[in-house]
Design a protein around this ligand. Structure first.
Ligand code: APR
Length: 242
């Protein structure tokens, strides 16, 4: 099966990659679904919706600060690093990630778009001003950090029930329509709109290679399904690319 993926990639010039929490699992960052997934132990409605923030911003910040700390300690793993190498091997490359952990950028990937925001940024809940960094102590001192306008800051991530950034989505779709191949790695394929990417790719004849520990709802329509750890599979793939 891996040979099929290598054959597709060898004849591809334009590569699109979609990643999800699974690619950061080997860095020690919990995924959302599955046996030890965050949503098994924490409530989406209490922590990751605009309503949750309106009701209890301090609780929401406490959870995001806990995740920021885990993510700050984590390092990019081999899967992130190999994607940096893969980027250099194609004429055009776009990495769309649902992850908010910044690990692709830290690994050195260049052309990265974040569909669900970034956990290290915050933005004003009222005026929308974006803060590139907010230190943990700043946030902790006041419990809920505030903007210069006086309103609460919120994590600059996309919560359930919120629209994704349209400019990023449109740019991704435009790239995908020209891509020869799409690698979909470490995502359960249940959260929209990213879950629609295999269907969309099909309409333009883009070949799809899925990399995941297990089968997902996307598996029946992909061209090649590679079951296993992202780090191992991507490392094997890149060793066969010139
Ligand atoms: N290698 C490859 N795949 C892996 C690995 C690994 N080492 N570890 C886990 N996986 C796979 C799991 O099998 C699962 O299919 O990664 C996937 C992770 O799925 P989710 O936890 O649902 O993560 P994701 O698809 O990124 O979730 C989408 O949901 O809660 C929201 O906003 C959050 O961006 C997130 C979105």
């Amino acid at each position: 099966m891996i040979q099929n993926a290598i054959d597709i990639l060898k004849t591809s010039k334009i590569l699109f990659v979609l990643t999800g929490a699974g690619i950061s699992a080997e860095s020690g960052i919990p995924t959302f679904r599955g046996v030890d997934g965050l949503w098994k132990n924490y409530s989406v409605t209490d922590l990751a919706t605009p309503e949750a923030f309106a009701k209890n911003p301090a609780l929401v910040w406490e959870w995001y600060q806990w995740r920021q700390e885990i993510i700050s300690r984590a390092k990019p793993n081999a899967a992130h690093t190999v994607l940096v190498e893969i980027e250099k091997k194609f004429d055009k490359f776009l990495l769309l990630t649902q992850n908010v952990d910044n690990l692709h950028q830290r690994a050195g990937s260049k052309n990265v778009l974040e569909l669900h925001g970034n956990i290290f940024r915050s933005r004003c809940n009222t005026c929308g001003m974006v803060y590139e960094t907010i230190t943990k102590t700043e946030a902790k001192a006041a419990n809920v950090p505030t903007c210069t306008c006086g309103s609460f800051l919120r994590p600059d991530v996309v919560w359930f029930g919120e629209p994704i950034p349209q400019d990023i989505w449109q740019e991704s779709l435009s790239f995908l329509s020209k891509a020869d191949c799409a690698i979909i790695c470490g995502t359960s394929g249940v959260v929209w709109p990213a879950a629609a990417i295999p269907q969309i790719a099909k309409t333009t004849g883009t070949k799809i290679i899925e990399v995941n520990l297990e089968q997902t709802p996307m598996t029946p329509i992909v061209d090649v399904s590679l079951l296993g750890k992202a780090s191992e599979i991507l490392t094997e793939i890149v060793s066969h690319l010139r």
